[in-house]
Design a protein around this ligand. Structure first.
Ligand code: KG4
Ligand code: ZN
Length: 325
């Protein structure tokens, strides 16, 4: 079995995965959403302290499996440095104490492999990764062959939902709040700018849209919030659709997937389904419980890396907060 640790942002999670069967034997996650909610976003130092409390608690439950472990995996990049360090320190200590090799896992690869938890992999895939930290289109051929073909120039898709929620004094994370509120709203009431609509670039940008929402919110009353949420969501998703459509002109999709915390958004899922129809492309999604950060997805990548002996010597492991894929 492999024990995997995730602490790249505000979720402390540990998974134990069976190497032969790929089955998830154990998975537990402690989220810090409530603690960060009052601040409207993740406070790194607070997150770090909460990981230091939560991870040992979860690890305690994993002790019965220690004798069966063959490796320890941990997210080393990308993420918040002070929180990555918590998981990496625990992983190093376990490797030394139990004499096991260490597998350093990239969090974005983890999101991609959330599609294959307890399953075989299926490639190639054109992946839309939408989370709190990333908005990317990635062409994936295998574990080692991943090419990012579009990314955001400023804020990410999920982050823009968090910021709009904060503007209206609603909770963090904003994604689920805004999506729910948007269902009650009129998505045509306020005109919103479609980011980079005149630009030939296949790239994303959410800061202008965020500012447009801020200006509308300044003059609005609480009863207008569902309409604002609906108009914002329409533009935020419309922007993804417009750029994907452009990309598909030269790169028609065959197997498309959406991963990351914001892939839970049903409005986005429905619109992507419609976009894919003319291409007869398949659409894959992770199980809802594995869309947001978790350790099961880190464990799934670790299985592949274990088979390929992709270990890192304990004294060479380092956190790489800014590394992408
Ligand atoms: O993947 P994730 O758990 O953490 C990162 O790696 O960033 O993604 C969390 C992000 C947050 O910004 C959250 O607001 C967003 O995903 N999110 C959503 C929805 N559910 C979560 N955004 C839009 N609609 C949702 N339903
Ligand atoms: Zn994530």
């Amino acid at each position: 079995m492999i024990l995997s640790i995730e602490s790249s942002c505000d979720d402390s999670a540990i998974a134990i995965t069976d190497i032969k069967t790929k089955k998830l034997i154990f998975h537990k996650k402690i989220s810090q959403e409530l603690e960060h909610s009052v601040y409207g976003g993740v406070v790194p130092e607070l997150a770090s302290r909460l990981h230091a409390e939560a991870l040992p608690k979860i690890l305690e439950e994993c002790k019965p499996y220690f004798k069966d472990l063959k490796a320890i995996a941990v997210t080393t990049a990308p993420g918040l440095n002070v929180t990555l360090v918590e998981g990496v320190t625990m992983a190093k200590a376990l490797c030394i104490a139990l004499d096991l090799p260490l597998i350093a896992v990239n969090h974005l690869k983890g999101h991609i492999y959330s599609l294959f938890i307890e399953k075989e992999t299926s490639f190639p895939q054109t992946v839309l990764l939408v989370s709190g930290g990333h908005t990317q289109v990635i062409e994936v051929k295998s574990l080692e062959e991943m090419k990012m073909v579009a990314t955001t120039m400023d804020d990410s898709f999920g982050e823009s939902f968090d910021k709009v929620s904060k503007m209206m004094n609603f909770a963090y994370p904003g994604g689920p709040v805004i999506e729910k509120m948007a269902r009650e709203g009129d998505e045509d009431r306020y005109p919103m700018p479609l980011p980079l609509s005149q630009s030939p670039l296949i790239a994303f940008s959410y800061s202008g849209l965020k500012n447009a929402v801020r200006l509308v919110t300044l003059d609005a009353q609480e009863k207008d919030f569902p309409d604002i949420a609906a108009c914002f969501q329409k533009a935020a998703v419309g922007h993804l659709l417009q750029k994907l459509k452009k990309y598909f002109k030269t790169n028609p999709p065959k197997h498309f997937s959406i991963v990351g915390g914001a892939s839970a958004n049903l409005y986005l899922r429905e619109k992507i389904e419609v976009l894919l129809k003319p291409f007869n492309a398949t659409l894959s999604l992770a199980e809802l419980k594995y869309c947001s950060d978790n350790a099961a997805m880190i464990g799934r990548v670790a299985l592949e890396m274990y088979e390929k002996d992709m270990f890192t010597p304990v004294d060479e492991v380092k956190t790489e907060p800014r590394t992408s894929l």
